[in-house]
Design a binder for this molecule. Structure first.
Ligand code: PLP
Length: 375
């Protein structure tokens, strides 16, 4: 299979798998144990935390390991709302958040918080629209950095600065899953308080993620147990996954510029091949990342095209993997028609994708366009 669904998940790098294996077979001590094996495990964990902190440009103590971004976001959002113990009850977000944020926010709404879901303008999100919604009653702002369906970049650093200038008590959370290790970020220079990221989007195994918590931001425990991860996320740390996560992050960061250039070449190649095809429309416009390209093929339902491509050995996606077969409504929120959403496919790259593979994928899409009966 040719895999073009890297926004859904990625293949684990050999170096990351080797790290996990080494921890399982050799560094199997409990990082909290006082003996040599425990100490070796603890050292590995400290080194891994340092690697992840370096990616963020933050301090090691500002990183807690979790099972993935969904858990990070649950800790972040429910923690920031803190069962209504903070002064104010207004939470601001956007209409295009991933299910892991959206459903936390829906639940906070059920709990009585007042939610403002800022709308897009001409398919984009402007920092000022979010900042304008902030008032003295606002406790939390949660926005994604890169949209998982069409790669739109949101101005999260500008949002965080503007929000804090207006009301310094607001906690700013960013879902950084689709930008982590792909777009450079320096949290030491930013006003972002919390950021959720995931291992399996950057060639680490599934089941590992991290939450950045700015020093001084108080997040209560998510569950109760030992004092691991500052007591916020207790339980014996998953060292094999943590070490693999760090190994993958290190490699991705070392190659970040090379990857960006590679993805830019791939994206411009698709664009040049579809530009004269009036029935193929681009749903990833300016201001989007080069590694996620969303297109609609007029008259052909997403899933029909997806399965046609699958029969030709290509994996793409019809949208967010978390919204399986349900349409998320994200593209219409960005001003694209319902028809565009129903016919959208997402192509997302890794460094393993070559221009030759992409040409074969585009050929297959064009063949599908001819062969599949239009509705
Ligand atoms: N946020 C975004 C933007 C995502 O794309 C995803 C995964 O699809 C998540 C959050 C959830 O991440 P995880 O699978 O690590 O819980």
């Amino acid at each position: 299979m040719y895999y073009f669904d890297n926004a859904a998940t990625t293949k684990v790098l050999k170096e990351a798998a080797d790290e996990a294996r080494d921890c399982m077979l050799n560094l199997y001590g409990n990082p909290s144990s006082l003996h040599k094996l425990g100490l070796e495990a603890e050292n590995k964990m400290t080194a891994s935390r340092k690697t992840i902190a370096n990616v963020f440009g933050c301090k090691e103590k500002e990183i807690i390991f979790t099972s993935g971004a969904t858990e990070s976001t649950n800790i972040a959002l429910f923690g920031a709302a803190n069962k209504g113990k903070r002064k104010g009850n207004k939470i601001i977000t956007t209409e295009i958040e991933h299910a892991s944020v959206k459903h936390c926010i829906d639940e906070l709404e059920n709990m009585g918080f007042c939610i403002v879901r800022v709308k897009s303008r001409d398919g984009r999100y402007y920092a000022d629209d979010i900042i304008d919604a902030v008032d003295e009653n606002t406790i939390l702002v949660s926005v994604m950095h890169v949209n998982n369906e069409n790669g739109l970049i949101l101005p999260v650093e500008k949002i965080a600065t503007g929000v804090k200038n207006k009301n310094n008590n607001v906690i700013v959370h960013v879902d950084g899953v689709q930008s982590f290790c792909k777009l450079p970020i320096d949290l030491s220079k930013s006003k972002i308080d919390l950021m959720s990221v995931s291992g399996h989007k950057i060639n680490a195994p599934k089941g590992i993620g991290a939450l950045y918590i700015r020093e001084g931001v108080k997040i209560p425990p998510h569950s109760f147990g030992g004092d691991h991860e500052h007591g916020i996320r207790p339980g014996t740390e998953a060292l094999p996954l943590i070490a693999a996560f760090a190994a993958a992050a290190k490699i991705n960061m070392t190659n970040i510029q090379k990857s960006i250039n590679h993805y830019k070449n791939l994206k411009s190649h698709i664009l040049s091949r579809i530009k004269d095809n009036d029935e193929i429309k681009l749903n990833s416009k300016e201001n989007s990342v080069p590694y996620i390209v969303n297109i609609s093929i007029e008259g052909i339902g997403s899933e029909i095209m997806l399965h046609f491509l699958e029969s030709k050995e290509f994996c793409v996606s019809s949208g967010s993997a978390c919204s399986k077969s349900k349409k998320s409504g994200v593209l219409p929120h960005m001003g694209y028609s319902r028809e565009r959403e129903l016919t959208a496919i997402r192509i997302s790259f890794s460094m393993e994708n070559s221009k030759e593979q992409l040409d074969m994928l585009i050929d297959a899409i064009l063949q599908g366009q001819k062969n599949i009966m239009k509705k």
